[in-house]
Ligand binder design. Sequence first.
Ligand code: IVH
Length: 670
Amino acid sequence: MTTNIQQQLQKLKAQLNYHGHLYYVENKSELPDAEYDQLMQQLRAIEADHPENISADSPSQRVGGRSLNAFMQVHHEIPMLSLDNAFDDTDLLAFEKRIKERLNRADDFTFSCEPKLDGLAVSLMYEKGVLVRAATRGDGTTGENITNNARTIKNVPLQLQGTDWPVQLEVRGEVLMLKEGFNKLNEKNLKKGKKIFVNSRNAAAGSIRQLDPKITATRPLRFYAYSLGLISEVVDDSHFGRLKQLHQWGIPLSSEVKKVKGLSNVIAYYQNMIALRNTLPYEIDGVVIKVDAIATQKQLGFIARAPRWAIAYKFPAQEKITIVLDVEFQVGRTGAITPVAKLAPIVIGGVTISNATLHNADKIVRLDIKIGDTVIIRRAGDVIPQIVCVVKSRRPDYAKKIVFPTECPVCHSHVKRIEGEAVTRCSGRLICLAQRKETIKHFFSRKALNVNGLGDKIIKQLIDKELVKEPADLFKLSAEQIAMLKRMGPRSAQKIMLSIKKAKKTTLARFIYSLGIREVGETMAATLAHSFVTLKVLRTASEKQLVSVHNVGAVIAKHVTSFFGEEKNKNAINALLEVGIHWHEIKLRDKSKSLLLDGKVVVLTGSLSQMTRSDAKAALQAFGAKITGSVSTKTDLLIAGEAAGSKLAKAQTLGIEILNENEMIKLFLN
Ligand code: IVH
């Protein structure tokens, strides 16, 4: 071996050890997963060519992370191993070729195809059907005893169902944090100035390693099984069959696990999971393909750290590295000043990203970010791109400190930060053109009064030319005035005029939402409309009356009363009513029925023709429903619009109540 190769190995090992320690031990990351994987691939490739140089301390020989000392150690009698990765169809074909050659077989294999759940591996030990121990993977041989924490995970059965389970049964699977709960947790932490988790996987890992199980219990963790460990009796001769058997004993299993034959069907499964990815309630970062027959798995065996009979086919990277070119400060509707990082453009998942929000001053401190820094950007599903962290080792000498402005970058009024709040606001209210512009934009946005064709540039011109100072002014514009704007012709002006006219007829919920009262989003607006029935009653409601409404807290009540109490808002509302904004007044309903769907879990599917999906969602929520994305045994009601597909079929199988669009509307009017 040449010294050159020795040096390369040393360098790769040092890099991987550094990032591995950060990731596994400190729950931090300075490198996108995909780049870590690439380094590992390089190391393995060199080691494969020079096997005499594989040292015991090589990161390629390590299965997972090191175990922490705070928990008692657990020895895994059967090591908890890792998986090899495939990054494209060629890698997958090579996997199939390898196993076919090894077994001297030419026929198609049956595979168990599973989502690669993005959490952390956990072993659950059941004795005589009772959960007796839970442990993390740790380094694969020694993990941490997290029994008390695992017991707080809502879908982990403490006692198995049925009676035909082996006396000793070790179930292995992934503990993850649900996307919705993860976002809420971070939002809450951001407001309180607490630690933000870079992704749901880190949040899950951090939560399961809490020393106080009461904290773990508050986190939205879930467990899904993907294999067996130690078993005292043989169960089934197919991996898929074993998973189904576990499910019958009450062990949670991802509904996306499928048995397929032949590689073309595996590829179709992979493509389908890419399409489904955003609709799942948890993060997945690929799929796992496993030879289904246990006997064949045994024949194939393992190499060092991973089984030969399985492979993880990873999704394209969602994280990439780029550089912060500058930071701009944007002023929002409520005057909130948001720092936005301007990035050297990068493409993630087919979308070019050149901006990322830095949220507020605290976030800048927490990330310890400077202009010129190299950062990791993550784009997960529909979520706005986030700066995960700064790669400190790449900070240039010229990196520049980010200075938060002391005056509004638009109207130069002074800025204020209320104690206990993370947000800094411009005090210029409606003299600030930025706030005026955002207020108008919000008022006519899709979920509010819904005027088509009013893009940012048009609104900017209307405000700058002082043609529109408050929302009602828009209804007083003539087609000629609109046609005179830049990028406007008589035809598009006519279209906008029509849309403005149409917007006059709305609903009370939309009207309330459009007012842009702080903390009154779409759902809260629907709740208020439903509870107070008329604008007149809502306008004069006291804080006490407001807090008596389900889901209305003291903060919202204060925002609502102070909004309606302010003279300029009163005038703006009166002006809107004068220009002819109107809605159907609903008859006062029987209060006892007001929360008809209280706590009911409702799923919406198919397309609706009489109302938009978001209006339907808001109305259902106003009746107390909890809307979720997928049908499960927990679903109480399915609203099935036109061309409803798999969700409808599943609800029928599970015997869940189903209403069509008309039936849902009748329910509202009841
Ligand atoms: S099977 C011997 N199946 O991926 C095979 N692992 O990169 C052991 N993972 O440590 C793993 N989803 O934490 C398997 N459906 C799935 C999985 C899965 C996520 C994780 C698991 C494992 C890691 C390997």
